[in-house]
Design a protein around this ligand. Sequence first.
Ligand code: SF4
Ligand code: SF4
Length: 69
Amino acid sequence: MLDHPLPPKIPWVDESKCQSCRKCVARKACRVKAILAIDPGEPPFIDGNLCYGCLACLPACPFDAIVVE
Ligand code: SF4
Ligand code: SF4
């Protein structure tokens, strides 16, 4: 048995798959708005300080651009 819970797995945006959608639907799926889209036309990125590893964004992206190990 583990004494401590495992740290959450923080996903990231695979820029080779991301289509830099005008409205990132993965971002909409994130309850804490940890997916930050700064520049239109650039892939968003995930703020590891906000993300709590729920992984709801993975199935939300239609291009499988959000990945985790
Ligand atoms: S992460 Fe997915 S939904 Fe968001 S901009 Fe990239 S391809 Fe589009
Ligand atoms: S794993 Fe959850 S909290 Fe982290 S970016 Fe994805 S939807 Fe947001």
